[in-house]
Each structure stands twice: as C-alpha cells, then as structure tokens.
Write a protein that binds this ligand. Structure first.
Ligand code: TAP
Length: 499
C-alpha cells in the first residue's frame, strides 16, 4: 500500500480508500472484521472514509505480534534502534505534505499547522534516536569493598498506547519514539476521530523498515478497543493521553499491576504580573488560548491580570483576537484557526460560555459561530474572550477544550498564585513578568508540572513534560520520556577479593 491516492494534494473520494477498514498488525495490513465506523471532515461534515472496529481477537493478535517482536528488538544494539528511528524521522519529514492533508481532513486544524505537527513528529524521531544511544547505568560502591552494585536499565516490554484527537501525530510520536528507543514494542489505539494519521504513521514505519510487530495500530472505539488493550494481561505498560475521567477509569480498570503513564486534562492559568510586558503577554495569551481552537491540554483557560493593567490588557487582547483568521483548513492552509474536531468540544464551549454570561461575565469578543456559508456545516466558533470572571464559573474551574478564555483582575501576587492554584489540575501555567522577584515568586508558587515564563511553549522536546494532581502521572519529552519505558535493574556483585 502506498501514498499515490493522496500525493496530488487534494481531497477526493479515493483519498482514504487505501486505509479503508485496515488494521496494522505484525507488519501487515489486515482488513478488520469488525463494524465499519465512519470518519468525518469536521469542517464540512463529509464522511471521508471508514475504519474497522478491531475485534478482541484482532487486539490479541496485535499484542501477540508486539510480544513476539519484543525480544529481538530489545536485543538490537542501541545504534541499530537509533538508525531505525532516524530513518523513520526522514520518511515522516519526506511525507509531511501528504500526512498533513490526512490530519487536516480528519481533525480540522489548518494545513500549515498540521504540517508543522508532522515535522515535530519527525523531530521526536530524531531526538529519541539520539537518546537511544545514551542509555547507560551506574556503578554504585558497596558498603564493603568486596561488593559493588551495578544499576542497569532494561526495556519494560509491550506498550499499549491510547491517544486523543487533538494532536493526532505528536501524541502518538512521543510514545512511539520513547518506547522504541528504550527497546519496547507498541500497540497503538488512536482516537476514533483521527485514526488515519495513525495509519499513515504505520505506513511510514514500513518504509523506514521498522521490523514487523514492533509497531502495531488497531482502530475503533475507546470504550471497546481501548478498554480491550487496558484489560489485556500481556501488556507491560499503558501509555495514555486523554481526559482525566477516562484516565481515572483506566487506572481503576487495569487488571494487573503494571507501569502506567497518564497524561491528562488541564485548566491552565496565565498570570500577567505588575511588571509584565503587556504586548508580549497579549500575544502569548492570544496564541495559547486559541491555537488549535483551544483544543490543547496546555491551552490558557483563564487569565489573571494585575489590576492596573486590566482594562488595557482586555482592549489589546480583543484587538489581537479579532485579527485571528478562521477557515476550512484545507482551503485556507495559512488560517490561524480551523474547525473544531467534533460537536462535543463545541457544545462544551457553548455551555461554558452560557454559564459564565449567566453568572455575570462580560463578553469582550466572539461569542458565536462565524457568519457565512463556508462555516455552515462544520464545527466552527469564533475565539471568545470573557472579562470579570469568577471561580463560580465553569470557564475558570473546568477544562473547556475550546476557543474560550476567562479573564479576571488581581491585587497581590499571593492572590494571583492562590487563584492560579485553585484547581484540581496541575499541567501547565504561564507567567508574564519582567521583575526577577515576581518571576521567582510565581514560578516557585505555581503547583504545576510546567511553568512557562514570558513565553507560552510549556512543552518542548528536550525537557520533561508532565502533569500533577488530576493532570496525570509520568513524563513525556526529554530523556525522562524514554526512561518511562525502562526498568531499573540492580545487580549486586560480591567479588572474591576486596579492592
Ligand atoms: P478521551 O475521551 O479521554 O479519549 C482519549 C483516548 O482514550 C481516545 O483514544 C479514546 O478513544 C480512548 N478511550 C475512551 N474511553 C476509553 C476506555 N474506557 N478505555 C480505553 N481507552 C478509552 O479524551 P479526548 O476527548 O480524546 O481528548 C481530550 C482530552 O485529552 C482533554 O482532556 C485533554 O486535556 C487531554 N489531553 C492531554 C494531554 C496531555 S499531554 N496531558 C495532551 C492532549 C490531550 P475514542 O476516541 O475512540 O473515544
């Protein structure tokens, strides 16, 4: 199976035919035997293709393939796994245009942004290719000189990866690359909304000559196929990204003791301190509240502004937000915003908006779908800013996962930190401040896995990225993102003679 159907760069009926009902198991494309499920373009409502819901036997076959591939893959020299990941990075980058087209068609984000995400997947391949060669241990001196402790690292085994629809390539990539670099094999269950990007990644694995069984993809509903992976006893680790509710359910329903990483929801604050560069803060807020239509776990959900800057900040944010362009991501590749991925996050956005307006919030910008025929069938909404928000409102306390942000003033840094920490989540937080004391006070007080100061990129490839509290356990990115797929083994040796 190749890419010719989509190389011409337009969407047509045959675009996804090659993937119709396909599962990728043991290096082969199998036609799934389960129910055919439609996949929609969220910008138009058109059905772009179908996937097969993997049966319990097909999930089992994928896990068996990953198990059979595990020892040979783990025994390869790190250099060989590294070369395989570098090859995968090259193939992915070479296919970026075609893969971006697939992603935009099923997820809705503008084509240029989708292409950027595919290139970040390629970057993850190269990063973990390098890390694969740097797996080393420690020699620890014993209590007596005839003993020595050797601490080595070993791959965990077979990984079950379950991923959401908002970043269909990167969120697979961090797991796949970390796991493969460590010497693990993987079975991926992508979101039902965005399965074709996952199948395109599987196809890139074939071209990169990743050995059969090392990477497998099964499609279908989370509650059935994802749950079957969670309940499978021959999986050594579950790597999950998704909502806190499903993460907790997975934690409760796993039938055996095993490693688990859960990258879950967020409710992320941005604090604009008295010393902030207001223009920089506005630029950061407009980007991180609305990029990908706010469907980012680290989206800015709520903004606290030092009272002297409050009205000026709101006026500038309104101007910045109203400049954002919105369109069908296939027709307008360079639009700032595309369609939302489905009706569900759009409905939640409307619900949070109505709740806040009911409780006294002031509408600063947006508040409705954009006008025009182009937007009539897709899941579109204008980026929306609310002022005078309180923690009585859902927008300030729950994850909206849509293009809505609430703003409130504060009087002291303590108050700002208390408000920012007043949430069950702990994924990412943001600070704009130029005074070094404000930077220090806030970044130490904020109870989050990530604090971005004077920037809004809380997750970068070379540093660990993870949440606290209901935002999850475990890390992706960085060296830590590979160590999540490794055991430590302590080998204590007694020598015949003291040293
Ligand atoms: P979920 O509804 O939790 O779905 C995530 C994945 O889990 C999907 O593949 C889903 O399959 C599957 N799933 C659903 N029920 C399952 C079950 N009982 N057993 C096993 N798998 C199951 O999340 P979503 O709506 O796709 O994504 C949005 C959420 O992800 C937000 O809360 C967001 O904050 C979070 N997120 C977190 C991060 C990080 S790094 N912390 C990054 C991105 C997104 P189906 O799609 O087929 O239902």
């Amino acid at each position: 199976m190749g890419f010719p159907a989509i190389r011409h760069g337009t969407q047509d009926d045959s675009m996804f035919a090659a993937y119709d009902s396909k599962l990728f198991i043991a290096g082969e494309w199998r036609t799934g035997t389960g129910e055919r499920l439609p996949v929609e373009n969220p910008a138009t409502g058109e059905i772009i293709g179908h996937i097969a819901a993997a049966s319990a036997d097909e999930v089992d076959a994928a896990v068996s393939a990953a198990r059979a591939a595990f020892r040979p893959w783990a025994k390869l020299a790190p250099k060989e796994r590294s070369s395989a990941l570098h090859r995968l990075g090259e193939v992915v980058a070479a296919r970026a245009d075609a893969m971006a087209l697939i992603m935009t068609s099923e997820q809705g984000k503008p084509l240029n942004e989708a292409r950027g995400e595919i290139l970040k997947l390629a970057e993850a391949c190269h990063f973990y290719a390098e890390e694969a060669e740097r797996v080393h241990g420690e020699i620890v001196p014993g209590a007596t000189t005839d003993h020595e402790s050797m601490v080595i690292r070993e791959p965990i085994g077979v990984v079950g990866a379950i991923t959401p629809w908002n970043y269909p390539a990167e969120l697979i990539g961090w797991k796949l690359c970390g796991a493969l670099a460590a010497g693990c094999t993987i079975v991926i269950k992508p979101a039902e909304l965005t399965p074709f990007t996952a199948l395109a990644i599987a196809e890139a694995c074939v071209e990169a000559k990743i050995p059969a069984g090392v990477v497998n993809v099964v499609t279908g509903k989370g509650s059935i196929v994802g749950q079957a992976l969670v309940e499978h006893r021959d999986i050594d680790k579950i790597a999950f990204t998704g909502s806190s509710a499903v993460g907790l359910h997975i934690q409760r329903s796993t039938p055996v003791v095993r490693r688990m990483s859960l990258e879950l929801g967020g409710n992320c604050p941005l604090v604009v301190a008295p010393s902030a560069d207001l223009d920089a803060a506005v630029k950061g807020a407009a980007r991180r509240a609305f990029r990908n239509m706010g469907q980012i776990c680290i989206a800015v959900n709520r903004i606290y502004v030092a009272r002297p800057h409050y009205e000026a900040f709101l006026a500038k944010l309104k101007t910045a937000v109203e400049r954002l362009t919105i369109g069908n991501g296939l027709d307008k590749p360079d639009a700032d915003l595309g369609a939302m991925a489905s009706a569900e996050p759009l409905n939640k956005t409307r619900e949070h908006l109505a709740d806040a307006l009911d409780k006294g919030a002031r509408l600063v910008s947006g508040g409705s779908a954009p006008d025009g025929e182009a937007f009539s069938r897709g899941h579109f909404f204008r980026p929306t800013v609310l002022a005078d928000c309180t923690h009585e409102m859902k927008v300030m306390t729950e994850e909206t996962f849509g293009p809505l942000v609430g703003v409130a003033p504060f009087d002291t840094l303590d108050e700002a930190a208390d408000l920012a920490n007043d949430t069950p989540y702990g994924l990412a937080s943001y600070v704009y401040a130029r005074d070094v004391n404000e930077v220090r006070a806030l970044s130490l007080r904020l109870d989050y896995g990530n604090v971005a100061v004077n920037n809004v990129d809380a997750g970068v490839m070379n540093a660990p990225y993870g949440g606290r509290k209901q935002s999850g356990v475990g890390y992706e990115h960085g060296r830590e993102g590979m160590l999540e797929y490794m055991h430590f083994k302590h080998i204590r040796i007694r020598y015949d003679e003291a040293r």
